[in-house]
Design a protein around this ligand. Structure first.
Ligand code: UDX
Length: 424
């Protein structure tokens, strides 16, 4: 098949590489000239394991363009993979999607399938369909959301748990187009309406976020009742109906998807006068979770003012340099504002501009003279620290486990005070 992809961001590039691997010819378009120049040279603008290799292996079928106009006509399938950033109220801004549709519109013909991969508010795909119909275009519109995790996006695309395809009732062709496109991917199909597919995407992310907030609330309760939340997570996670994933208590979720999609779903609920209690609670717990840690550190140290605190981890999760909505950044800001002398470290991520906080090159430098250290992102490098050495480097002896992922016994044996969340 001949596939055109609009947007060479995180989702667009991953989709382009994977579809080329599946044997199709891919033209990928992005208005960012530098990005296209880099990709044409063979440089990959984002870090995602396996992506650069896939792009190189299939470069004979992969083409990058700043202006893709002349490739629209020959495409069998056109993917829209542009961003939908949140506005000030948490609503998704669909102007990039609308612009992409407007640019495609004059060149579309009846044999084509337009697939929306961007995460868009419920009802957007129907509106796109109506707009095309009004312009006399008999193009089929498909909603095909992605469920990619940063750091395993290629694996998640090649081995998805399911393929969600949203279609219009009267569309009897698009499902087979999608099945042909993804013929080499083995996964169950969930076929629903356009709006149904949009809702599945939001519901999946909101549910996973809810699991994290739920276990974080349990962690708070476990502290009150002197119970270890890690045992609770294991004890409930082995129940097949609950499942073991996303039950790791800590300073909360961040990243480009969960906070944005939870906020967007909340706004969509209000727009229809439905009170989203569960989503509100998910968000409230997450928004306050880093502060739970701040209070904990304050209680343990007696005061925060003039205490030197090493924060290990800035990224929202390990193996990425992404700091979007990172709870580690909220934690650093709060500790700093409350008078602590904060030094931060991360193997890949960099503190946002304008923060008057020192970021050290080495872990050791961050630990020197520290009264307390908090691991805010569970990078392997932090989990594998030599705790004897940590104790010798620090002035104080408090180790705060922001992800409940450190070896508690080793830390205690090294003569340090271990502080987790909900660890009894
Ligand atoms: C997520 C979804 O997993 C993916 O399906 C969706 O398409 C985009 O959003 P991603 O943002 O890459 O992917 O990160 P993920 O690995 O899911 O982690 C999200 C956040 O939750 C991280 O901050 C992580 O540290 C936190 N988390 C995750 C927990 O605090 N506890 C857990 O048990 C799991």
């Amino acid at each position: 098949m001949n596939v055109l992809i609009i947007g060479a961001g995180y989702v667009g590039l991953t989709t382009a590489a994977v579809i080329a691997k599946l044997g199709h010819t891919v033209h990928c378009v992005d208005e960012n000239e530098q990005k296209i120049a880099a990709l044409t040279r063979g440089d990959v603008p984002i870090y995602e394991p396996g992506l650069a290799e896939l792009l190189t292996d299939h470069k004979s079928r992969l083409f990058f363009h700043r202006d893709g106009q002349k490739h629209i006509h020959e495409a069998d399938v056109i993917f829209i993979c542009v961003g939908t950033p949140p506005d000030n109220n948490g609503k998704s801004d669909v102007s990039y999607v609308n612009r992409a549709v407007a640019a495609l519109l004059p060149h579309l013909h009846d044999q084509q399938t337009l697939v929306i991969k961007s995460t868009v508010p419920i009802g957007t795909n129907e509106r796109i369909y109506e707009r095309l119909t009004k312009e006399g275009k008999n193009v089929r519109v498909v909603s095909n959301p992605e469920f990619l995790r940063e750091g395993s996006a290629i694996f998640d695309s090649l081995y998805p748990d399911r393929i969600v395809v949203g279609l219009r009732d009267d569309d009897d062709r698009s499902l087979s187009v999608m099945q042909t496109l993804y013929a080499r991917i083995h996964a169950p199909y969930v076929v629903t309406s356009l709006s149904g597919a949009e809702m599945i995407k939001y519901a999946a992310n909101a549910f996973l976020a809810m699991k994290i907030s739920f276990i974080n609330e349990m962690a708070r309760l476990c502290e009150a009742y002197d119970v270890d939340v890690a045992h609770v997570a294991k004890g409930i996670g082995l129940d097949g109906r609950i499942g073991p994933h996303f039950l790791q208590a800590g300073i909360g979720y961040g990243g480009s998807c969960f906070p944005k999609d939870v906020a967007a779903l909340q706004q969509m609920a209000y727009e229809k006068a439905v009170r989203p209690y569960m989503i509100e609670a998910t968000k409230t717990i997450n928004d306050t979770q880093f502060y739970w840690y701040v209070q904990k550190i304050k209680r343990t140290l007696g005061t925060l003012s003039d205490k030197r605190i090493a924060v290990l981890g800035i990224a929202f999760k390990p193996n990425t340099d992404d700091i979007r909505e990172s709870p580690a950044v909220s934690l650093i800001k709060a500790l700093h504002n409350l008078g602590a002398h904060v030094v931060a470290h991360d193997p890949k991520a960099v503190l946002p501009n304008g923060m008057d906080i020192k970021q050290t090159k080495t872990i050791d430098e961050a630990l020197q003279q520290a009264d307390a250290v908090i691991v805010a992102t569970d990078w392997d490098a932090y989990k594998q620290l030599n705790w004897e050495q940590v104790r010798q480097t620090m002035s104080g002896n408090v180790v705060v486990d922001g992800r409940n992922s450190l070896p508690r016994n080793d830390i205690i044996q090294a003569g340090l005070t271990y502080v987790g969340v909900g660890r009894g």
